[in-house]
Ligand binder design. Sequence first.
Ligand SMILES: [Fe+2]
Ligand SMILES: [Fe+2]
Length: 141
Amino acid sequence: MDKKELTKRLNEDLAGELGAIIQYLTYAAKATGPYRPQLAQFFLAEVADEQLHAQYLANKIVALGGEPATVPRPVPPAKNNREMLQAVLEAERKATADYTQRARDAEAFGDKGLAVQLEDMVRDESGHSEETERILRDWPV
Ligand SMILES: [Fe+2]
Ligand SMILES: [Fe+2]
């Protein structure tokens, strides 16, 4: 794992975080029905976490001599609460898998601090996906 490849992969992760911020902001606005207050609050609460992840990644990419991505990963379309929650679950599972791999990449590159931070992010993202999975578990049809 060389610096160039690691930076490229971290930039893909950063694009994912920028997309997650937009996804949660948009879904919070789009939530409807009797669960709107809780759903909007749930989505907005995630924005803060994803912003911290994005900030960390942007700083690390610059530290590695790279240029941080500014183009977000596209937000999946979703036309109701259930579809939004399913899209969120999918994105959070992908983030968990990506950071699990990225922590290994950081170890291979020899940056222990980055590996530890990415493992913290695995914990954050798996927490997000577990919470979303529990909301969806008894979601009315
Ligand atoms: Fe994140
Ligand atoms: Fe997340």
